[in-house]
Write a protein that binds this ligand. Structure first.
Ligand SMILES: [Zn+2]
Length: 122
């Protein structure tokens, strides 16, 4: 799915493999289509793909925020929560998904001048 591609790229940049699988659980259809998100072999939960009326950037932003929540809540390596996507090395927190002027961004929650386009996280 096009809108998820930048999010998948940023997961891979952090060494996390990911897949989307069709969701056949028949969850609430009012929420729109869902897909099961599998990260590094762990089923971390369901992503709501977003109404078709949203543009691709808005869907990417929505998917990035959901993916971050699922990864942080359900994936730990050696018992440690994964701070994904990581902020600058001196900050021990993850970045947050924000709506940039031209493209969706990962932004430092403490310093808005630190940001990187979603899909370009180093
Ligand atoms: Zn920061």
């Amino acid at each position: 799915m096009e809108a998820f591609e930048p999010v998948a790229r940023d997961l891979r940049a952090a060494g996390l493999d990911c897949q989307l699988a069709d969701d056949h659980s028949g969850s609430d259809p009012r929420l729109g289509a869902t897909a099961e998100l599998i990260v590094s072999g762990v089923k971390v939960g369901l992503l709501t793909l977003g109404a078709a009326i949203l543009d691709t950037d808005s869907r990417t932003l929505y998917l990035a925020a959901q993916t971050q929540r699922l990864v942080q809540a359900n994936l730990a390596i050696s018992g440690r929560v994964i701070e994904w996507p990581p902020c600058v090395p001196s900050h021990g927190h993850p970045m947050m998904a924000t709506r940039g002027r031209r493209t969706p961004l990962w932004t430092c929650p403490l310093d808005g001048s630190i940001s990187v386009a979603i899909g370009s996280h180093p």
